[in-house]
Design a protein around this ligand. Structure first.
Ligand code: GLN
Length: 302
């Protein structure tokens, strides 16, 4: 379809064609679909209404509303920040630029936590770097009778996460703490008593930063992404620091970036104190989840 100039736009169909054309020019892969999402959201319409009302005239106010969103997307702001939400494990999560947008890969972290699980009533689970709260909130909706701590160093991220917990009716199941990695747990009297530490930590290596998509590099929180020279700085720290908190047999489960499995496994072997090291591949065949169990203390023969 030819795209009318902005000044010639009169109908919904023309507006849609113009939006799609602009997004294509900006290098956005599924421009047609994204244009429909943006229009439907901006005009509070259902997708099928966009098709069936293509001859409907648009007002100047509607045109301005749609164009301000199209311009944001043209500058490669992620669609999810413009629409304010992202679906994860079948639940809708509010997202702002204070939080990483939940990724489909992270659903595997949830699946594997539940599969490994075997959590008794009253088990203590910790989600480190909760961000939008997608991990903690999803686990809270699936598992009952757990105490879930959700930690993040960002105050703004925690307020987004709390909002998501409220939205899904699990606020009373989650305890929120602000601070660096596991350090907030030091005031929670849970040393040696945590059943599972779960994390999707930052895992981008510094050298890979420049090559990221602009949506990620220019808009998502840097502190949720960057993780030192090899991208495993946080995995390394979690492996070392978790030993203080996990119960013997307790689970440490973390998401991994491409090619990080063997590095992380070596860190865990060198750190000692873990058994049952394994990785789980995602649908693309990438080793995506790392799993280890806190070793039981060696018997004391003294
Ligand atoms: N745990 C959150 C998520 O999985 C945030 C992860 C992060 O910010 N690195 O989306």
């Amino acid at each position: 379809m030819t795209s009318p100039a902005l000044s010639d736009i009169q109908t919904l169909g023309q507006l849609l064609a113009n939006a799609q054309h602009r997004l294509e020019q900006a290098g956005i892969a599924n421009a047609a679909q994204e244009a429909r999402w943006l229009l439907a959201y901006a005009l509070k319409m259902k997708h099928h209404e966009l098709a069936s009302r293509s001859e409907q005239l648009v007002t100047a106010e509607q045109l301005a509303r749609v164009m301000s969103m199209v311009r944001r997307r043209e500058s490669r702001e992620p669609l999810q920040y413009i629409l304010g939400s992202q679906e994860f494990c079948g639940l809708d999560f509010s997202v702002t630029p204070a939080v990483l947008i939940p990724r489909p890969e992270t659903e595997l972290l949830i699946q594997e936590t539940v599969r490994e699980g075997g959590f008794a009533e009253g088990a203590v689970l910790v989600d480190v770097g909760t961000g939008s709260g997608c991990v903690a909130v999803t686990l809270a909706t699936i598992l009952s009778g757990m105490r879930i701590f959700a930690l993040d160093c960002s105050h703004d991220a925690l307020s987004v996460a709390r909002g998501n917990a409220e939205r899904h009716g699990v606020s009373d199941k989650i305890i929120w703490r602000e601070g660096d990695l596991l350090s907030p747990l030091r005031d929670c009297s849970v040393a040696g008593a945590v059943d599972a530490i779960i994390s999707n930590p930052p895992y981008i290596a510094e050298a890979d930063w420049a090559g990221l998509q602009p949506e990620v590099r220019d808009y998502e929180p840097r502190c949720a992404l960057l993780a030192g020279l090899q991208g495993i700085e946080f995995h390394d720290r979690l492996i070392r620091d978790s030993k203080e908190f996990l119960v013997p047999g307790g689970l440490l489960i973390m998401e991994l970036g491409l090619g990080q499995a063997s590095l992380v496994r070596r860190v865990a072997e060198d750190a000692g104190g873990y058994t049952g090291l394994q990785t789980v591949k995602d649908e693309a065949g990438i080793e995506r989840v790392f799993i280890a169990r806190r070793a039981c203390e060696a018997p004391n023969h003294g």
